[in-house]
Ligand binder design. Structure first.
Ligand SMILES: Cc1ncc(C[n+]2csc(CCOP(=O)(O)OP(=O)(O)O)c2C)c(N)n1
Ligand SMILES: CC(=O)[C@@H](O)[C@H](O)COP(=O)(O)O
Ligand SMILES: [Mg+2]
Length: 631
């Protein structure tokens, strides 16, 4: 029996010797590689925090002491040490969540997975502990160097540093990378702290020299100490954290469990806010990850554990088409620049960055800054394309509204992973974008249904220079093109099914598919046609503002059914309903989409089935609604 199987909770770690802890770390790495290669997940980040997490659980006493993992994608080791060793259903329906989950364990607290929030959470918890007189409880926040580029982290540090009595330990897990290497002044500062080789070797040279010349006198030690302080200011300008009032311990080798323990014990004893700077390596101990220059296996699909090669082909067809079209636009338009929030490759900007490195801007995990900075670039004559995952635009709503839209800035937002995303769970579904963005005056939004409309929408979007434009599309593979059979102004009709339009009094249904749900609408229309229902399938690419042609078409139908993979309340269907009512049409409507709830992790197909968004269910609901329409 291995050591890992004997760990049912953190206190089982207490009796282990340093040698046993090293063995346990090796077992955990082997477990992670085997388990995550079967399900997919955040392998690289977790391989990097094995010793760190072991040390945290030995020095502190979770759940009495609170652990907050920034983003939470690096919490697998924590799960293993807190009674969750069945990873067979990781990120699958009803299985283990890919992030901390309060439903799973009392050891999990923050499950939001949007980066850079951990220090605010930790500040709040520690403040509450102080107010409630719980002076012996500690809060430990683990934040990556990437998450540390986010504005919220600095708002929190500003508060934490002013609170001398707060029992708060900030562990900076510094692997030098977000997905790709972390950028900016903050990253540079950490880099400087990390590369104190000159300083450390000078010090050990000093110690060796003194030792060789016999037992050192007091003077020699004072000389060494003075020298140490002097050089440290020159070689390792660690002043920033300390100038802010935070005690700084480090840098410490994050893969030396005993060294991390020592640093954490020191931090615990200090009694006020402390930063422990740990240097780690993403993907540590698994050579395919260590050698992966792109992202060190940040988030993988199913792979062969021996080789690290993917088992399924690439899943991101929409992203690839965007990537290709943007390069073509970039060749024609020298004013077009691309902005990413630390996700160059996942959002498809790698090809653009290779061809136009000077026109590619990685702002770090800083979506709010990305948006307002884009407004500035638009003002100064550029056309920025801000490429984000849809869910991460949520936090920059105010900037879209007040900086871009109010100033009529020509900025294009490309929202990947819009709608249902799947295994990353509630925080990652990009399901709020349509309901949120419809409130922005002047904003135009396209939800392309296939490759051709994605390319066309992007070209149209970058031509708009006096308003925000948005192109949103889902995660996953791209189906075949769905050409129009007719076009009414700017609304495509992609099918007409059922009896001919002059055939008696057969009911007329308008099915409206939004983006990837056009395929679903087409299939549902085929079923309705077989039931003798005259069905028109409309596929408006530009859904905001609401196209008048769509309102007109809807006004002529007996039943209007809208299908989208965003919120039903407040989405495109709801907006169409409002417009119809405002214009005096009393069409019967079914607005199908996601309920206003947090949608758990599961595959896209399972979520579609759960919320009755598959073609068979759409058709059945439409037929039921028609039944209730009959006199
Ligand atoms: C607001 C927000 N933007 C983007 C992301 C996507 N994202 C997830 S992890 C990650 C990189 C995090 O880097 P770091 O904090 O250094 O952790 P590491 O993966 O290196 O351990 C990014 C950009 C996110 N989770 N939240
Ligand atoms: C964005 C984020 O947090 C990622 O770590 C996520 O898990 C990756 O998901 P994709 O597989 O959709 O890129
Ligand atoms: Mg990092």
């Amino acid at each position: 029996m291995g050591l890992l199987e004997q760990i049912s909770g953190p206190r089982d770690l207490d009796a282990l010797s340093p040698a046993q802890l090293r063995q346990l770390a090796a077992e955990i790495r082997e477990f992670l590689v085997q388990a995550v290669s079967r399900t997919g997940g955040h392998l690289g980040p977790n391989l990097g925090v094995v010793e760190l997490t072991l040390a945290m659980h030995r020095v502190f006493e979770s759940p009495r002491d609170t652990f907050v993992f920034d983003t939470g994608h690096q919490s697998y080791v924590h799960k293993l040490l807190t009674g969750r060793q069945d990873f067979s259903t990781l990120r699958q329906k009803d299985g283990l969540a890919g992030y901390p989950s309060r439903a799973e364990s009392e050891h999990d607290v923050v499950e939001n997975s949007h980066a850079s929030t951990s220090l605010s959470w930790a500040d709040g918890i520690a403040r509450a502990n102080t107010v409630r007189g719980l002076r012996d409880r500690h809060v430990v926040a683990v934040i990556g160097d990437g998450a540390l580029t986010g504005g919220m982290a600095w708002e929190a540090i500003n508060n934490i540093s002013a609170a001398e009595d707060r029992r708060l330990v900030v562990v900076v897990n510094d692997n030098g990378r977000s997905y790709s290497p972390t950028i900016g002044g903050m990253a540079h500062h950490l880099d400087t702290l990390r590369t104190t080789d000159g300083y450390e070797s000078f010090l050990s040279w000093g110690k060796r020299t003194l030792n060789r010349s016999g037992p050192p006198g007091r003077f020699a030690y004072e000389w060494l100490h003075g020298l140490k302080k002097g050089i440290k200011d020159v070689v390792a300008p660690q002043g920033m954290f300390e100038d802010l009032g935070l005690k700084y311990i480090g840098p410490v080798d994050g893969h030396d469990e005993q060294a991390v323990e020592r640093a954490l014990r020191q931090a615990k004893a200090f009694g006020g806010p402390v930063i422990v700077h740990a240097i780690t390596e993403k993907g540590r101990g698994y050579s395919p990850a260590e050698q992966d220059v792109a992202d060190r296996f940040h988030a993988i699909g199913v792979i062969h554990p021996e080789t690290g090669l993917p088992i399924a082909p690439s899943r991101f067809g929409w992203t690839k088409v965007f990537a290709d079209e943007l390069v073509q636009i970039g060749r024609r338009r020298p004013d077009v620049v691309a902005i990413t929030g630390a996700m160059l490759e996942p959002v498809g900007l790698l090809p653009f960055s290779r061809e136009f490195p000077e026109r590619t801007i990685d702002v770090g995990i800083a979506e709010q800054h990305a948006v307002t900075s884009a407004a500035g670039m638009a003002f100064a004559g550029l056309h920025p394309v801000v490429a984000l995952y849809a869910t991460f635009l949520n936090r920059a709503f105010d900037q879209v509204l007040m900086d871009v839209a109010l100033h009529r800035a020509g900025v294009t937002f490309v929202l990947d992973r819009a709608g249902i995303t799947g295994p990353d769970g509630p925080s990652h579904h990009g399901m709020w974008d349509l309901a949120m963005l419809r409130l922005v005056p002047g904003l135009r939004l396209a939800a392309p249904r296939d490759e051709a409309t994605l390319r066309e929408a992007l070209r149209t979007a970058v031509d708009v220079d006096d308003a925000p434009t948005v192109v949103r599309y889902p995660k996953g593979s791209l189906g075949p093109d769905l050409p129009a059979v007719d076009r009414l102004d700017d609304v495509d009709v992609v099918a007409r099914t059922g009896p001919r339009s002059d055939a008696g009094d057969a009911p007329r249904v308008l099915l409206v598919g939004v983006g990837p749900m056009v395929g679903t609408a087409l299939e549902a229309a085929r079923v309705l046609g077989e039931h003798g229902v005259r069905t028109t399938v409309a596929a408006p690419t530009w859904v905001l503002p609401m196209p008048s042609a769509l309102v007109k078409l809807a006004g002529e139908a007996d039943l209007v059914v809208t299908v989208e993979d965003g919120l039903a309340e407040g989405g495109v269907g709801a907006l169409l309903g409002e417009r119809l009512t405002a214009e005096g049409h009393l069409a019967r409507m079914l607005t199908l989409g996601l309920p206003t709830t947090f949608v758990d992790h599961a595959s896209r197909e399972e979520i579609v089935a759960r919320y009755r968004l598959g073609a068979a269910d759409v058709a059945a609901d439409a037929l039921a609604a028609l039944g209730s329409l009959r006199p």
